[in-house]
Design a protein around this ligand. Structure first.
Ligand SMILES: *Cc1c(COP(=O)(O)O)cnc(C)c1O
Length: 375
């Protein structure tokens, strides 16, 4: 059997190689490398897939978050609430814009922002909430939107890990992750569920005026050619990446289904006293960007070392809480406020999951874990 990997981008490419190669060559031959027709076409196709009025492509997921916060006019000192257990990018852009990051602990079952702690963290300076749909499953958007409306706050969904997930409200309406809040942000980093062959990202919103503002910020603050109304940034998706994404978007649902199938097999095989398998919340589908276990009564680091010695890949997302990172450490962040984040950083372990998983490959991972537990 071939070597196991956390993700298998080559295996995925091999199946769509002819289409991809042709699309890339066509862009090269057209020389429309920046803002070409492929970018427009991808934008429209993604709008249709998501059921959202505007998709604004940009250079990466981190930029998507930054441009969104700039377009909303957030000012230094404004407080922005996000989850304490997330990838650094979310907190990074808040700090970079001199906004004040307010970190809120997460729910131990879904790994997403704890909505009670969220409401308790709101102050008169709070301007926005950035829920992160971590590992592929939506945060409790019904409650988050309720809180946001009550306190007149913007909601910027970080859906870099959950593109394609569906969220269902208690009245039965279903929306795609990233289309519920004021703005949605995603990343097309190669290993994301919809990944290109380099960097890429996009911003989603339903408001015409806001969409115009976002486009303007992402394009040097330009309102008309060579007319600059404000300080912006340069953030765009290039045409080659857009051409690749158009092809991969057609496969996204099937890719997410393959991830689900692999996750269900792990769940079935690994559910035991020492291992807590991921639980799917009743309001959100899960697109399993990561398949993340929690260890109970067994040492996570020993399990990781044991698997890695046997060439079974696994990763820790995330080993160090944000409030312990040198860049984000502050006196107002104390361990007592983040019990779940602290516990997760010490107990989670993510297994290989991707669109090309085979039962054979999964069995190697599963048997490795079972052997470890039997020692
Ligand atoms: C990947 C990721 C980002 C950043 O995306 P880039 O394209 O790498 O800039 C932001 N937030 C989360 C939750 C992510 O997983």
């Amino acid at each position: 059997m071939s070597k196991l990997h956390m993700v298998d981008l080559i295996g995925q490419y091999n199946k769509i190689q002819r289409e991809i190669d042709e699309a890339v060559i066509n862009v090269i031959r057209s020389s429309a490398y920046i803002n070409g027709p492929e970018v427009k076409a991808f934008q429209r196709e993604l709008e249709e897939y998501l059921g959202v009025k505007h998709v604004i492509p940009c250079a990466n997921g981190t930029d998507a978050l930054q441009v969104s916060m700039m377009a909303l006019g957030l000012q230094p000192g404004d407080e922005v609430i996000t989850a304490s257990f997330t990838y650094v990018a979310t907190a990074e852009v808040i700090a970079l814009l001199k906004l004040t990051p307010v970190l809120v602990d997460v729910d131990p079952v879904t790994f997403n922002i704890d909505v009670d702690a969220l409401e308790a963290a709101i102050t008169p300076r709070t301007k926005a909430i950035v829920p992160v749909h971590l590992f592929g499953q939506c945060a409790n958007m019904e409650k988050i939107m309720e809180v946001a409306q009550k306190h007149d706050l913007y909601v910027i969904e970080d859906t870099a890990q959950a593109i394609g997930a569906d969220y269902t409200f208690s009245d039965g309406t279903t929306k795609k992750a990233g289309t519920i809040g004021t703005i949605g942000c995603t990343s097309f980093f190669p290993s994301k569920n919809l990944g290109c062959f380099g960097d890429g990202g996009a911003i989603f919103c339903n408001d015409d005026e806001l969409a115009t503002k976002i486009r303007q910020v992402a394009n040097h603050g330009q309102s008309k050619q060579y007319v600059h109304d404000e300080v912006g940034v340069n953030s765009r998706l290039d045409s080659i990446q857009a051409a690749i994404l158009r092809i991969k978007l057609r496969h996204l649902d099937e890719y997410n289904a393959a991830r689900n199938q692999a996750a269900m097999y792990y769940n079935e095989q690994l559910d035991c006293e020492e291992i807590i398998v991921p639980e799917t919340s009743s309001n959100s589908t899960h697109v399993f960007h990561q398949y993340t276990l929690r260890c109970k009564g067994v040492n996570r680091d020993e399990l990781k070392a044991y698997l890695n010695e046997r060439e079974i890949p696994c990763m820790i997302y995330y080993p160090i809480p944000l409030h312990h990172q040198k860049a984000y450490k502050q006196e107002r962040f104390t361990d007592e406020d983040y019990p779940v984040t602290m516990e997760l950083c010490n107990t989670v372990i993510s297994l290989p999951i991707h669109t090309e998983m085979t039962k054979e490959g999964q069995d190697v991972v599963i048997n490795g874990i079972k052997e470890f537990l039997k020692r």
